[in-house]
Every structure is written in structure tokens, then in C-alpha cells.
Ligand binder design. Structure first.
Ligand SMILES: CC(C)(COP(=O)(O)OP(=O)(O)OC[C@H]1O[C@@H](n2cnc3c(N)ncnc32)[C@H](O)[C@@H]1OP(=O)(O)O)[C@@H](O)C(=O)NCCC(=O)NCCS
Length: 256
């Protein structure tokens, strides 16, 4: 499928169409997300089970002129028949476990859940994300799934790590539009806010592990604002532990 925003040409690509799909995905992911968020299944490229178990729900965007993959998205189907405002607090962490469990138990999925989407920094702000959302909606529908859901990471929340997320998501810009660009683009595409998942991504590590992840020194117990963190990191010396609990926003597209 080819798209032509601003007269530039891009095409969607799936894992079986190129041998370096996984490497390109990881490259884009690593350049777009903060290093400290690389955890769990993202940490070990050899065990990227999403690509093995759900290859049909992974895709990239290739710039025709350079043949370079410049954006990627990872999704997985899951069973969810309850109300969207009852989606769990554990957001992204929950979705990753649930999708695999549902597959193992042969449960019929109802929703396509986006677990990661990123665009190379130099290609951000070029209005490519609405096309990626459109692609995901079609992907969901072509597999008989009646919704697209995501625990969204608001793009600019990291500039306001001390603001409660429930306040942040109500902010409007000077034109009266939703302030956060990633939430705004989704709402424009038809998404609805289902609620906040306060514990969407939890990352625990030793204090030296966190110093390596973030590139900062944490000399004593306390809360620290970290670059690109949506909330402060909690450092606990007696337990040699740092814990970061990222809140996200549950969004849903009802495709039924
Ligand atoms: C989230 C992401 C995929 C969105 O893509 P994008 O290229 O930034 O988005 P678009 O160019 O489509 O822009 C969407 C909106 O944000 C605005 N925007 C883009 N970059 C912006 C910036 N740095 N500051 C303010 N607004 C910005 C655009 O003007 C547009 O708003 P509009 O439609 O009202 O004009 C991209 O920012 C990204 O890769 N982020 C890092 C990974 C991440 O956090 N992913 C989300 C996980 S849920």
C-alpha cells in the first residue's frame, strides 16, 4: 500500500517482505524511545516473540526515494469484551501478557492493541502518523477485530513530569485544541479517551542499572526527574532499587 503525504511517497511493509525488518524496527525504536524504556521483550532482539507469533500485526513504513524504513509499529490481537473504560491500569504491560495468553488459550480476539509505534526523529512532525493509524484500523478490520486500542504515551508529557496526568490530558493549546500532539492526532482520527492506566509500564532495576539507563548519578534515596520520563523515577537506597511507573492514556477506536 502506497501513500503520498506532501507529494512524497512511502509504502507499508510487513516482516516477510524484507530480511532486515526486525533490525530496522529495533533501530527506529531505539532512536525514538528513551533508552530507559527499552525493557522486557524489547531488551533482547533474539527473543522478539511478537515477530514470531504475530508477524501479520507488525509493520513498517518505507520511504520510496531512499528505500529506508523510517517508521514502525507493533500490535497484537487480544480478547476484550468488557467496556473500554474498564481496561486495566497496567496498560501496555498488561496488553503484552494478555495477547500471548489469549493466543495460548485459543481465545477469540476482539481488539487490535498497539504496543509500540515510532517514527525516526527526522521524519516526525511530517503528518505520517495519521496514515499509520489508518493502516492499523484497516489491519484490525481485515482480521475481524472490532476495535483498535492503545495505552498511549503522550508525546509532550515528559516536559511536565510533575503535572498529574489526569490534569495534563485536559490541557488545551492556544487554539483551543487538545494540547498533547499524539493524543490530538488520535482524537482527530476518531479515537476516544477511555481512561488513564496509571501503571502502564513498570521498570525496576538496581541503582547502577538506572544510572546506566538514564546517564545520571543518583546519590541518595529520593525522586528524580529524568530526561524523557513522564513521571519522576523513585530511587530507594536501602533496597538498592529504582522504580519507574509510567502512566499512559487508554485510547480506543470503535470499529464495529
Ligand atoms: C508518536 C509519534 C509516532 C507521532 O508521530 P509524529 O510524526 O510526531 O506525528 P505527526 O507528524 O503526525 O503529528 C501529529 C501532531 O503533532 C504535532 N507535532 C509533531 N511534532 C511535534 C512537536 N515536536 N511539538 C509539538 N507538536 C508536534 C503535529 O503538528 C500534529 O499536530 P496537528 O495534526 O494538530 O498539526 C512520534 O512522535 C514518535 O515516534 N514518538 C516517539 C515514540 C513514542 O512515544 N510513541 C508513542 C507510543 S504510544
Amino acid at each position: 500500500m502506497i501513500i503520498k503525504p506532501n507529494n512524497l511517497e512511502y509504502s507499508f511493509i510487513t516482516p516477510n517482505e524484507t530480511s532486515d525488518f526486525v533490525a530496522s524496527t529495533i533501530n527506529i525504536f531505539n532512536q525514538s524511545y528513551p533508552k530507559f524504556l527499552v525493557h522486557g521483550i524489547w531488551e533482547d532482539p533474539d527473543s522478539l516473540v511478537l515477530f514470531e507469533i504475530f508477524p501479520e500485526f507488525q509493520f513498517g513504513l518505507v520511504e520510496t526515494a531512499t528505500q529506508r524504513m523510517i517508521a514502525q509499529a507493533n500490535c497484537l490481537p487480544l480478547a476484550w469484551e468488557s467496556r473500554f473504560d474498564e481496561l486495566p491500569e497496567e496498560g501496555c504491560d498488561w496488553a503484552l501478557v494478555k495477547g500471548f495468553e489469549d493466543r495460548e488459550q485459543n481465545r477469540k480476539p476482539h481488539a487490535l492493541c498497539l504496543v509500540s509505534i515510532s517514527i525516526l526523529p527526522e521524519y516526525q512532525g511530517k503528518n505520517l502518523s495519521p496514515y499509520m493509524i489508518g493502516y492499523m484500523k484497516e489491519l484490525a478490520q481485515s482480521h475481524g477485530l472490532s476495535s483498535l486500542i492503545m495505552a498511549a504515551r503522550p508525546s509532550l508529557k515528559s516536559l511536565y513530569p510533575l503535572t498529574a496526568i489526569e490534569r495534563y490530558i485536559t490541557w488545551k493549546d492556544k487554539k483551543g485544541l487538545l494540547f498533547d500532539p499524539w493524543l490530538r492526532v488520535n482524537i482527530k482520527q476518531g479515537a476516544k479517551i477511555a481512561g488513564i492506566c496509571f501503571k502502564s509500564t513498570t521498570i525496576s532495576d538496581t541503582i547502577s542499572g538506572w544510572e546506566d539507563r538514564v546517564g545520571m548519578y543518583f546519590p541518595e534515596t529520593g525522586d528524580y526527574i529524568i530526561p524523557k520520563g513522564l513521571v519522576p523515577l523513585k530511587i530507594d537506597y536501602p533496597n538498592n532499587m529504582g522504580i519507574y511507573i509510567e502512566p499512559n492514556v487508554w485510547l480506543y477506536y470503535d470499529l464495529s
